[in-house]
Design a protein around this ligand. Sequence first.
Ligand code: SF4
Length: 317
Amino acid sequence: MNSRTPYIWGHHRRFNTYSNFLQKKFGRRIQKIAVDAGFSCPNRDETTRKGGCTFCSNEAFRPKFCDADKSIKEQLKTGISHYKKRYKTPQQFMAYFQAYTNTYASVDILEERYRAALEFPEVQAICIGTRPDCMDDAVLNLLEDISKEYFVSVEFGIESVFDDTLEKVNRGHGFEQTVDMINQTAARGLHTGGHIIFGLPGETKEMMLYEAEVLSKLPLDSIKFHQLQILKNTEMETYFREYPEEFVQFSLDEYLDFLLCFLEIFRPDIVIERIASEIPVEFLVNTAWNQVKYEQIVNKLENLFEEKDSWQGKYYP
Ligand code: SF4
């Protein structure tokens, strides 16, 4: 492709990046601020299963400004003031309901908490992180209603397209349920996203590449990729110590090569929200390249795309 020609996502970066997507949609920088709205998770409180996903540690997953002891408004106020000082340019914000399962309450409670975030004039968008088995018509009705005024994104934990893997990590739902909920959410016109973990036990690189084909067929608008980070004091740590041979442990270069191959066959209009996760090193068991900054990982991937003269969807059928 001629380097002067923008790709179908309208810019010259080699993959369809989320920051560019938001800039185009809102005409300015949109900063996501994570909030802990005080929800729990049906996979942790024994409604569905006991123990939660084997990789889960919400302590480690919880980003700054998230503090369930503070109200949603207090958390957002702190976050907004931090980012206003850090970036002098005018910004708008997306409240990211990230911790645990953010549709796990009655619709009245959900509405109260989502709308609390939207009382800030600077907050023009919400993103709701949830599980596919914790979404129904009533919640979709609420989100669809909110989306008449605000940008609403739903982010499903997909994690894997393989039921054997989902079972092994005690996810508590199968892939079919994920497909069904993604279809229903997209049909409501809501921005539909998901995240996938690369390196779950029992999955080979070939299986992970196959996921690109399967996910490309879903009506997804965006996706996040996470390399498996094994967290201390989780079931996954115990399993990893017992069966290390079941895990593909990528070096950074291997991970970038893998991502390049994955993205080459991935649908080009799906926006790539993240390519790796960043968890503070003190929580981690496998720390090989986890101290490399996220921006450096993105730069390395972009350089690799340049070097190979490749791009997202180059081989998408
Ligand atoms: S669904 Fe999320 S919060 Fe619940 S156990 Fe799994 S990773 Fe943890």
